[in-house]
Design a protein around this ligand. Structure first.
Ligand code: 13P
Ligand code: SF4
Length: 298
């Protein structure tokens, strides 16, 4: 299967991108692994004809927004993101109608049709930088209430937030963190900004998935409690074989991130199946918001 994928990638002039939460056997086959921001940047820079995106739907959509001339394949079309589904253009327009005019900062975990209504996008790696780049002191962040509140805690700006959340991260309680800390008292606690503010308050650092890999590498500490999807334990251990990583909870599993299996990648490349394409009337305004974020980040 692995050789077949390598041959097909060559034949199709394709690049394979994988999110850090993907199973390790998929990450090992990928040309590039990373967090949402890094994968967006890669998707905007590749000269391949085809992008095979091993992640979830909004990530493949963002690649299509950035590279309309390329075929973007999501090997499992039903790999979605429950948080991204919590906001629609209709519900966003309704909320905006009740607020004074203000910029909209949209987390990349959102549909392209919502990005199309936004001022700028952000990821967990650059949310504060994006918010601080705006001249306005009052803004709306969608769809993640936790990312919005965690960002608000670090800026003087007034942030209105949408009531969306990631079920995987939101379900972690401060009690669960305290319990794991009790088991590993010397460990550093790294939390993802999608966790609740009460959880992030207990963290030594709030980081994107790739931010966690860098942080652990640079840290003198030998042990880390990981406050994000359990798939992160694999890439953290691979990058830091001499250090220990403990999930804050074994229940932090994103079912959507585990949908793609190696056979799906073969089928997708063989039959060019699972194309994700954003219509031009949505793509153009969405591109503005994504591009504005990328320009701040490279
Ligand atoms: P990162 O951008 O930090 O990789 O996060 C993506 C995500 O979906 C977290 O749940
Ligand atoms: Fe979406 Fe949460 Fe899964 Fe990330 S972990 S893809 S935010 S459901």
């Amino acid at each position: 299967m692995k050789n077949r994928i390598k041959d097909l990638l060559k034949k199709r002039k394709a690049v394979m991108l994988a999110h850090n939460y993907q199973p390790m056997e998929i990450q090992e086959l990928a040309d590039f692994c990373g967090d949402s921001l890094e994968l967006s940047i890669k998707a905007s820079q590749t000269d391949a004809d085809v992008i095979v995106f091993c992640g979830v739907h909004f990530m493949a959509e963002t690649a299509s927004v950035l590279s309309p001339e390329k075929v973007v394949l999501l090997p499992r079309k039903d790999a979605g993101c429950p948080m991204a589904d919590m906001v629609t253009p209709e519900t966003l327009k309704k909320m905006l109608a009740d607020l004074p005019p203000m910029p909209v900062v949209t987390y990349v975990n959102s549909p392209a049709s919502v990005k199309a209504l936004s001022t700028i996008c952000c990821t967990s790696a650059n949310a504060l930088k994006v918010v601080e780049s705006l001249k306005e002191d009052e803004l709306l962040m969608v769809p993640d209430r936790n990312l919005a509140r965690n960002t608000a805690a670090r800026t003087g700006k007034r942030i209105h937030f949408w009531n969306g959340y990631c079920p995987v991260h939101d379900h972690i309680s401060p009690e669960a963190v305290k319990k794991t800390k009790g088991k590993y008292p010397d460990a550093i606690f790294m939390a993802h900004p999608e966790c609740r503010p009460e959880v992030v308050e207990l963290a030594d650092a709030a980081l994107s998935t790739s931010g966690m890999i860098r942080f652990a590498k640079e840290s003198k500490s030998k042990s880390f409690i990981v406050g994000t999807e359990v798939g992160m334990i694999g890439p953290l251990r691979r990058a830091n074989p001499d250090k220990n990583f403990y999930p804050v909870s074994e229940t932090m599993i994103c079912a959507d991130m585990k949908k793609i299996v190696v056979e799906d990648i073969v089928r997708s490349l063989e039959c060019m199946e699972g194309e994700v394409k954003v219509p031009e009337n949505i793509r153009r305004p969405a591109l503005k918001a994504v591009q504005r974020m990328i320009e701040l980040s490279i």
